[in-house]
Design a binder for this molecule. Structure first.
Ligand code: 3PG
Length: 400
């Protein structure tokens, strides 16, 4: 983007593909981190006199307008953060979008409605995506890719559109890639990775890669129970992905052979039922050893001994990457594990990277100072796929 800003941009229509996919409770944004993350790019373009057209997806609507997934709240928040009026188009490539973009004065910003209200955005059919990208291209003179959270998606606005316009990477993408490079090229050791989240299937590929790169991998979250089961423990009614047991068993074996420390919880906070996250009423939670989870109980967080263990494993790290909450942090009875890992990152001298929409939101929702971490990535799937060594369509499209 510096290259773009070095030349004349006043009066140019600049399409900024952002990731404004923020968590919402009704129409209230519960974490605006992703909107704040794109501000430097939007501000720089607006200050230079560009006519800025911001576009994004939100949630997973089914290729047709659905008010639940409207970007209107995100557009309003962007306006508040910019301290300027932001125009909002109620469609993506229709009359409203055309009129809104035509009506922009130099230095003004508009947001289009959710790109995924058009089936062409996410289509697997190249021609369908191309047709949508052609129409989006008609709205702009220049493309700036800055939606890091979506660069792993081969979608029209991420992959096909940049090929149709002069294209640049925005500040956020440049920062995110710079940080992730530090984790993949010449990483400072000990390199400790803490992985949580519900599903082990989402993390298999990254664990596979990290087994050759990290010194220690700490496992938490719902996926820890599939590991404990693979180790031969009974896990009661905890989350289990039975079909992943062979892969997990192979990882445990490989870690043993290669000398990578693959660390599993030694205890768990359990309860007889999944908690009500809205009412947040107190539960019947107790802590038990990892090999003594009662048959009628489910593990919902790492236990107190595991918290201490993981903190000690993080304490002497030089680099830490953390992706995924350690428990159901949205309920206070099961938030301590996630808090303990966040605190351990802050207490260590390491370069710390928090990756993932969920863990980034957890850090902010639990009240930690986000600026105290080395870097909080706006990309969950995107940062994992980068670490897996995959080619990310949205980055490839900007590089060519
Ligand atoms: C994310 O939340 O990780 C990104 O916004 C991508 O969203 P998606 O998984 O629905 O493509």
């Amino acid at each position: 983007i510096d290259e773009l800003l070095a030349g004349p941009v006043a009066g140019k229509r600049v399409f900024v593909r952002a990731d404004l996919n923020v968590p919402l409770s009704g129409t209230t944004i519960t974490d605006d981190g992703r909107i704040r993350a794109v501000l430097p790019t939007v501000k720089a373009l607006a200050d230079a006199g560009a006519r800025v057209v911001v576009a994004s997806h939100l949630g997973r609507p089914k290729g047709a307008p659905d008010p639940v997934f409207s970007l209107a709240p995100a557009a309003a928040r962007l306006g508040e953060l910019l301290g300027a009026d932001v125009a909002f188009a109620t469609d993506t490539v229709g009359e409203s979008a055309e009129a809104t973009v035509t009506g922009l004065a130099d230095g003004q910003v508009a947001v289009l409605e959710n790109l995924r209200f058009n089936a062409g955005e996410t289509s697997k059919d190249d021609a369908e995506r191309a047709a949508f990208a052609d129409r989006l291209a008609g709205l702009a003179d220049v493309y700036v890719g800055d939606g890091f959270g979506a660069v792993h998606r081969k979608h029209a606005s991420v992959f096909d559109l940049p090929a149709r316009l002069p294209h640049y990477a925005g500040h956020l993408i440049a920062t995110e890639v710079g940080v992730l490079k530090k984790l993949t090229e010449d990483v400072k050791r000990p390199y400790v990775v803490a992985l949580g989240g519900a599903k082990v299937s989402d993390k298999l590929a990254v664990i596979d890669q990290l087994l050759g790169k990290a010194d220690r991998i700490l496992i938490g979250g719902g996926m820890a129970y599939t590991f404990l089961k693979a180790q031969g423990y009974e896990i009661g009614s905890s989350l289990l992905q039975e079909d992943q047991l062979p892969a997990v068993a192979e990882y445990l074996e490989r870690a043993e052979k290669t000398g990578v420390e693959l660390v599993l919880p030694v205890d768990a906070v359990v309860s007889s039922a999944f908690p009500d996250l809205k009412a947040k009423a107190p539960t019947d939670s107790t802590s038990v050893a990892a090999d003594a989870i009662p048959a009628d109980q489910m593990g919902l967080d790492i236990g107190p001994e595991t918290r201490k263990l993981y903190a000690s494993k993080i304490a002497d790290a030089a680099t830490v990457f953390w992706n995924g909450p350690m428990g159901v942090f949205e309920h206070p009875d099961f938030a301590e594990g996630t808090k303990a890992v966040a605190q351990a990152l802050l207490d260590s001298e390491a370069f710390t990277v928090v990756g993932g929409g969920d863990s980034a939101a957890a850090v902010r929702i639990l009240g930690f100072d986000e600026n105290a971490f080395g870097h909080i990535s706006t990309g969950g799937g995107a940062s994992l796929e980068y670490l897996e060594g995959k080619t990310l369509p949205g980055l490839a499209a900007l590089e060519d």
